[in-house]
Design a protein around this ligand. Structure first.
Ligand SMILES: *Cc1c(COP(=O)(O)O)cnc(C)c1O
Ligand SMILES: [Zn+2]
Length: 426
């Protein structure tokens, strides 16, 4: 019997329809390469390493992609989703704007800078991309509940996508989360659970529940391999929007580290498929000093990540024990990039800098990334002459408190011309 026949029999036994995961072939262990059939698995049965999606890609052309919808499904051939993915209700994220940032470039002394602005996704963060892919997997696997442990943005995206798909959602957050992010989840779901503890505590609880309950798809736990692939679309879009070219340098925020490693994976796939020219590029990771386990390991020149207890206003990046931290180190070192961190004050300053130079209001994660870009230029780690992309992953309205104390009315005046003239603004 051929391998293909065995596979389709397995698929029938597990109740998954043919083509449920598109061109994905199997789940493959990142550590030992052991392959298992596509299903709700996330850890290798041989070595407990993380599982990743492996594909048999057909020949894909630029024209086919360009003829697709203006959302992430234009790249469906490169994702673990069925070919009829557009017929199922989802949030249709992606194809966000790539803006040339001439003012910020001038301010920082860069020749050519672009901002990939992912704050305009349906729930205002990049998480809609990963959740859309996780929702497809949950649906194909017949899951009953769509759930997640979250630092905030993921809960917003899961709650909204589940609502649109008509699926029961349960989302877990640390109880000290910013109020706007709590409301942004609670408005979509009856089942927002605030857990007394930090993200790493919430994550542990989710793994426990996933082990106890059948049919729960925790997007970033038991369907994590499918979820993670959604981040690749950021890389595809950047290349396509640059006119099917890769940038020279890219600065990406790091929470679990998944996004950074998948943008790199996307660039590599585009090269392999012949959709962009092969060329060197440097990948840089951005963390907040109050939660910088990957940056600390990078600077120490070690391979192991020592978990930390987060203490930073960049709550969406506050993962003290990042699952993909070691792979971030690999990517940044191999490409000649770096991992850097900035203080909360530098995060606040960078939020205002991006707003006042480019008219883009970012949340603390974007403040971290722009702050790190600035620091990398100033310290000579990033070449100002090379074409650079910086990713803004979330909207400033989600973390208003971060800058509410440092910006506001320049004056409060009586409604008279004399009072206005006295301000010196005339
Ligand atoms: C989740 C998140 C990230 C990065 O996530 P990874 O876990 O590293 O993939 C970056 N920015 C924002 C705003 C996020 O919500
Ligand atoms: Zn393994």
């Amino acid at each position: 019997m051929s391998a293909a026949v065995v596979e389709s029999q397995d698929a029938q036994e597990s109740g998954v329809r043919e083509g449920a995961f598109g061109n994905a072939r199997a789940l493959s262990c990142r550590e030992c390469g052991h392959e298992v059939e596509l299903g709700p698995h996330y850890a290798c049965s041989e070595c407990f390493g993380p599982l990743e999606i492996a594909y048999d890609f057909p020949q894909v052309t630029r024209e086919e992609i360009e003829a697709g919808p203006r959302n992430i499904w234009r790249y469906k051939a490169l994702l673990p989703v069925p070919t009829d993915i557009e017929t199922s209700p989802n949030t249709e994220p992606g194809f966000t704007r790539l803006l040339e940032a001439k003012n910020l470039a001038a301010e920082l002394g860069l020749t050519r800078l672009w901002v990939k602005d992912d704050s305009t996704n349906p729930t205002n963060s990049f998480k809609d991309r990963v959740v859309a892919c996780a929702l497809s997997a949950a649906r194909e696997l017949g899951s009953k509940v769509f759930a997640c442990p979250s630092t905030g943005n993921l809960a917003n995206a899961v709650a909204a996508a589940g609502a649109r798909a008509g699926m029961k959602t349960v989302v877990f957050i640390p109880s000290n989360l910013e109020q706007p992010k709590q409301v942004n989840s609670a408005v979509f779901t009856e089942s927002l659970v605030a857990v007394e503890g930090n993200y790493d505590d919430v994550n542990k609880l989710a793994s426990e529940i996933a082990g106890e309950e059948d049919g729960w798809a925790f997007v970033n736990v038991n369907v994590r391999p499918y979820y993670a692939e959604g981040s690749k679309t950021l890389g595809y879009e950047i290349a396509e929007q640059l006119g099917w070219r890769l940038p020279d340098q890219i600065v990406i925020p790091v929470a679990s580290g998944s996004q950074l490693t998948k943008v790199h994976k996307a660039f590599q796939e585009l090269i392999t498929l012949g959709l962009v020219e092969d060329k060197p590029y440097k990948v840089y990771g951005a963390q907040a000093a109050g939660c910088s386990p990957v940056s600390v390991a990078y600077k120490a020149g070690v391979d192991a990540i020592r978990p930390v207890k987060p203490d930073t206003i960049a709550k969406s990046l506050a993962i003290g024990n990042p699952a993909d931290g070691i792979y971030v180190l690999d990517v940044c070192r191999q490409t000649g990039g770096a991992v850097e961190d900035v203080t909360d004050d530098e995060v606040r300053e960078a939020i205002v800098l991006l707003a006042r130079t480019e008219g883009i209001f970012t949340e603390t994660a974007g403040g971290t990334t722009v702050g790190v870009l600035k620091k990398l230029v100033e310290s000579g780690q990033l070449d100002p002459e090379l074409e650079t992309v910086v990713i803004n992953t979330g909207h400033g309205l989600k973390t208003l408190d971060a800058v509410a104390g440092s910006v506001g009315p320049v004056a409060t005046i009586a409604p008279s011309y004399a009072a206005f003239a006295a301000t010196g603004l005339a």
